[in-house]
Structures are given as C-alpha cells and as structure tokens.
Ligand binder design. Structure first.
Ligand code: NAD
Length: 248
C-alpha cells in the first residue's frame, strides 16, 4: 500500500486495510511517502514492486497530490497486481464480463445483493453517479446480471422521476443525504455507497436514511453497510492476485 501525503481520510482507509490484512493473514507493507514526492519517484517505486516476486498486490491510495497524474499511477501498476482493478486492462475486462478483479466497492455491493437473495435479472436498476471507481463499474456489474440499468449523473434531468422507477437504487454521489425518501419506489432495494463526514464524529451516506428506511424494502446503513464490504473485496482481490501470480 502506497500513501502519498497526509490526507486524514486516506490514512484511516489505509489503516483499516492494514488491519484487515492482519486479520486474515496477508502480509502488508506500507510506503508512506511525503506530499512532495514526484510522479517519477512514485512510478519508480511501483515498478520496483511490479518486479518483486514477493508482492502479489499493489494499491496506491487515491487521491494523490495535484502535481501527480493519478491515471499515470494507475497505468504503472502491473494489471495482474492491480487489486483495486483500476488499470485500463482490468477496466476493459470488466466491460467484456471476463474479469479477474472487480473494483472493490461495486464488488461489495454485488456481494450484499447476492447474500440478501436479491435477483437482479430484469429489474430496473438506477445508479446515481458515473465515476470510474464506483458508478460506471457498478452499472456494468448490474448489467452482467441482466438488470436494466440507467446511469444518472450531475447533468441528468428529472432525476427523481428516474430514481422512483428503480427496483434497485445505488447512490454514489458524494453529497450528504442527497436521495430523499420521495425519490424512492416503495419496496425498492436502496444501496448507499456515500461516505460523507458532516461533523468530526458524524458520517452520513448519500441517502436520507430515516425517511428512506420507511419506504425501501431493504437498505444499507452508513456507516457499516458498503464500506466494510469494500475492504473485504480488496482482500478477495488480493488472494486472487496471489493465486494468479503464483501460476506465472
Ligand atoms: P465522484 O465525486 O468521483 O463522483 C460523484 C458522481 O456523482 C459524479 O459522477 C457526478 O456526476 C454525480 N453527481 C454529482 N452531483 C450530482 C447531482 N446533483 N445529481 C446526480 N448526480 C450527481 O465520487 P465517487 O468516488 O464515485 O464516490 C461517491 C461517494 O461514494 C462518495 O461519498 C465517496 O466517499 C463514497 N465512496 C465510498 C466507498 C466505500 O467504500 N463505501 C468507496 C468509494 C467512494
């Protein structure tokens, strides 16, 4: 795990991933680099780890400081060690449905859906948010399960009319309590990916939970819903990467 700079949220995420590794018996190593690290220095570290046989998975915690091009960093990680599944090779594989790794947050959402016995086939699925990390791969995974998928974003018109048609609604917007109760179809499955800190010790999701839980058939809480699943899926990808790298 590589962390560049002092972003407090990123430090918490890296620490949680480290604890999860310890818990399941994966050796993890952290490279805590100063904020002024150059892009060349960071890429050179990644290349060293790419070539290190003892390393199965490499993760660079995003965001990186502004002077570093995050896509250049993603591109530098060997696809077979890319446990975040952000490398274009892995993104392309997700499009075709023949993938080794799935980005951890959408993978965690699918695991919640599967474990809850929810059938996606033929359902109207609405994903609010189109980021490369969450929204787009989320939509693709629901499509692979034969959902009828709509992706909404900041330029979508009449958003509430669309979300109200969703049997499965995934919110990945990054705006606290953005999805109100009256934007949800009665009985819908509501999955809240958002993590928004609104006070030093208060996290809320992208869904107004109190109103939404009265209308939804099933809903994930924040904190405690999708977040822990994301880390579990990172562990799963890492074990898979170890298996793939052992076969080389
Ligand atoms: P992002 O900022 O990259 O993307 C946000 C998306 O929301 C954009 O595609 C944008 O078009 C859309 N959006 C913004 N305003 C909108 C509006 N008014 N109407 C409709 N769509 C709108 O964010 P991201 O990285 O996808 O993360 C989204 C949220 O999920 C954040 O709260 C983030 O903290 C959280 N997150 C959680 C986990 C987890 O492990 N649970 C992982 C990644 C991200």
């Amino acid at each position: 795990m590589i962390l560049v700079g002092e972003d407090p949220a990123s430090k918490v995420y890296v620490n949680n991933k480290k604890k999860a590794c310890e818990y399941i018996g994966i050796n993890s190593y952290e490279y805590l680099l100063p904020a002024e690290t150059s892009q060349e220095e960071l890429i050179s570290l990644i290349e060293k780890l790419n070539n290190d046989e003892r390393v199965s998975g490499i993760l660079c915690q995003l965001p990186v400081p502004d002077h570093i091009d995050d896509q250049a960093i993603i591109n530098a990680i060997a696809p077979e060690k890319d446990v975040d599944a952000f490398h274009p090779v892995n993104v392309g594989k997700i499009m075709t449905g023949n993938f080794d790794f799935v980005p951890c947050t959408p993978a965690g959402v699918m695991e919640l859906i599967n474990e809850s016995g929810i059938d996606v086939c033929g359902k109207d699925c609405v994903v609010v948010g189109r980021s490369n990390i969450v929204g787009k791969p989320m939509a693709m995974l629901l499509l692979h399960r034969s959902g009828t998928v709509t992706i909404c974003h900041s330029k979508t018109r009449e958003l509430a009319e669309i979300t109200r048609k969703a049997d499965i609604l995934v919110a990945a917007v990054g705006i606290p309590e953005f999805i109100k109760g009256d934007m949800i179809k009665p009985g819908a499955v509501v999955i809240d990916v958002g993590i928004n800190r609104i006070a030093p010790k208060k996290l809320v999701g992208d869904v107004e939970f109190e109103a939404a839980e009265k209308i939804a058939g099933a809903i994930t809480p924040v904190p405690g819903g999708v977040g822990p699943m994301t880390i579990a899926m990172l562990m799963k990808n890492t074990v898979k990467a170890a298996q793939i790298n052992a076969q080389k």
